[in-house]
Design a protein around this ligand. Structure first.
Ligand code: UDP
Ligand code: MG
Length: 317
């Protein structure tokens, strides 16, 4: 019988663990697959890990990977994907915002020959705050415009990946991997299905504005050097237009049109160009930073313990 590995990143989700396990159990009792639930405990400070261990005592197909600290969702997903050995891997949030019943549809599409079945939010409903709606719209617009991959608005980390795609993902040794983009980038036969997000079952979402901003920058820069071209282009436009401005000043000077006036425009121009230069330097600096981090070859995550089988002894819990 073929096996499905379900990977669930969990950061302070103590109240959602047992519910998730029971929902998956209900779901898989109807279909002809074996499965394993791999929870990745991403540096939770609450009782999440113990909850998972309790579930493991009752259900032997429940496993955990405990990361050594909070590494962020994408890295938690990466850890899960690297440890999973099912014929397909499904990643799903721990908070029940991704309706588990869609898994049936995903598996059906997988059986019909798709290698990746991903989901996107059909309509951001009342469970998503309006700030989040706007932020997410801008996020996808920006990323699509600036990079060479195209992502649907509201694409989610709820997806099924065939094991041959998983093998490719394991090969990628990239600092700060961004799965929503990476999955699109690897290609293969993909199918997107819409879903309507549910309310969080329990707890708080752990994304802040700052985290979203960082994610937007990171994900654009991981897939493209277009911001560098854009910076060069903007710089070129402004230096060309200032070239036009200089003759104007000289002519005005020789015809005696300039008295002491012009101070304000001078300051304005200096301030503007100062800002522009910093902006462009910032873009270049961020790419350099990425190169720096990549050059150090640090792992994206560190595992503290796990109860998965066939792993190095020092990690086993
Ligand atoms: N998550 C994680 N590490 C983090 C933040 C979140 O593993 O640093 C997990 C979290 O437990 C949940 C999923 O990622 O299973 C989605 O997180 P959340 O619900 O906070 O975000 P949103 O629903 O707003 O995308
Ligand atoms: Mg959520």
């Amino acid at each position: 019988m073929r096996k499905i590995s379900i990977i669930i990143p969990a950061h302070n989700e103590e109240r959602n663990i047992s519910y998730m396990v029971s929902e998956l159990q209900k779901l898989f009792s109807d279909i002809n697959y074996t499965y394993e639930c791999i929870f990745v405990d991403d540096g939770s400070t609450d009782n999440t890990l113990n909850e998972i261990k309790v579930q493991h005592e009752m259900h032997h197909h429940v496993y955990f990977i405990e990361l050594s600290r909070n590494f962020g969702k994408d890295r938690a997903l990466q850890a899960g994907i690297e440890f999973a050995n099912g014929d397909a891997v499904i990643t799903i949030d721990a908070d029940m915002q991704h309706p588990p019943r869609l898994i049936i549809e995903m598996i059906r599409l997988w059986e019909s020959g798709y290698d990746v079945v991903y989901t996107y939010r059909e309509k951001a409903n009342e469970h998503v705050k309006s700030f989040q709606k706007v932020a997410s719209k801008l996020f996808y617009k920006g990323v699509n415009m600036l990079s060479e991959i195209q992502m649907e608005d509201g694409i989610a980390d709820f997806r099924l990946i065939d094991k041959k795609v998983v093998a490719e993902l394991k090969q990628i040794n990239e600092y700060d991997i961004f799965f929503r983009g990476m999955i699109k980038w690897v290609g293969f036969k993909q199918k997107g299905i819409p879903y309507t997000p549910a309310a969080r079952f329990s707890g708080e979402a752990s994304y802040s504005i700052y985290k979203l901003f960082k994610l937007a920058l990171n994900s654009t820069m991981s897939f493209s050097v277009r911001p560098l071209y854009a910076a060069t282009f903007i710089g070129l436009i402004f230096s060309l237009s200032s070239l036009l401005y200089i003759p104007y000043i000289l002519i005005s000077h020789f015809f005696g049109l300039i008295a002491v006036s012009g101070w304000a425009s001078l300051i304005a121009t200096v301030a503007f160009f100062g800002g522009l230069q910093l902006f462009v330097l910032g873009i270049i600096g961020m790419y350099l930073g990425k190169l720096f981090m990549q050059a150090k070859q640090r792992p994206n995550y560190i595992v503290r313990t796990t109860n998965l089988l066939g792993i190095p002894e020092e990690l086993s819990a």
